[in-house]
Design a protein around this ligand. Sequence first.
Ligand SMILES: [Zn+2]
Length: 185
Amino acid sequence: MSTPASLPTDPADPMPGITDSGTVTDRLVEANQQYAAGFTDPGMDARPVLKVAVVACMDARLDLHDALGLELGDCHTIRNAGGVVTDDVIRSLTISQRALGTRSVVLIHHTGCGLLTLTEDFRHELEDEVGQRPAWAVEAFRDVDQDVRQSMQRVRTSPFLLHREDVRGFVFDVKTGLLREIDAA
Ligand SMILES: [Zn+2]
């Protein structure tokens, strides 16, 4: 079975991103003005207080700070589709550890991830559509536990990282809000 490389246009929402009071970005900018009005400089430096970097899926249902009891300044958050440990995540982790003092890595995938519904065919369909195959892998997976293990393994075997001992991986359940830890195996 193939997966379309893009969603069909939703007839109920022909102009996605437009709301009654402007674009969605206008709404965000407005919210920022309210945020800044109540903001006081906490006087922190850039090094995360808890010395931890969290790598997680970009999924909209996963509120990392609330789910993990994190406060402003506590951690680095590195997010992408799937929470997959790509070369670019290794780049961020390397800077996080070597320049900004983090020592622990927490990996979070989740139930119902969009990458469970994709395959590498996505790349071929993109190529058919735009005439160019992306240089990146889709990093789709069928087994979320196994993908967490693979991500842990990529961190633990990276020669660029200073701290590879405290690396733990979890699956966040979007229905219960609970984390389930995955054995490295
Ligand atoms: Zn996801």
